[in-house]
Write a protein that binds this ligand. Structure first.
Ligand SMILES: [Cu+2]
Length: 116
């Protein structure tokens, strides 16, 4: 019985490793066509990201409450509508530079986007 249990645990670990590898491999194959940042726990994850200019960034609300993001800069001004849980906001970054993405509702939230 104990041996059976051990075998089952090993099999589960192997499957987990295979799933993780598949994800890593999948990420390596594509040139990150749709970079995504999530909002969770009143924070952006990750808090910094680098994009090519002209690229878009998807920001997904994984919190159980509303966010409302904005960017204020010389080359880009953006204000989203209220973003309910589960909803994506897609932001386009036409010019190079460093941009601060913030939330009107949660002033401590900060995402830094480096655009090459
Ligand atoms: Cu917010």
């Amino acid at each position: 019985m104990r041996r059976l249990l051990l075998t089952a645990v090993r099999a589960t670990s192997l499957i987990s490793a295979a799933v993780i590898l598949a994800f890593a491999f999948g990420a390596a194959l594509g040139a990150d066509p749709a970079p995504t940042v999530v909002q969770q726990g009143r924070a952006f994850h990750p808090e910094q990201i680098t994009l090519d200019h002209g690229g878009t960034l998807t920001i997904r609300n994984q919190d159980e409450f509303i966010h409302q993001i904005y960017v204020k800069s010389d080359s880009l001004n953006f204000d989203s509508d209220e973003q309910p849980p589960g909803q994506d906001v897609v932001l386009k970054f036409p010019a190079a530079g460093t941009f601060a993405v913030r939330c009107h509702i949660h002033p401590k939230m900060l995402l830094t986007v480096h655009v090459k």
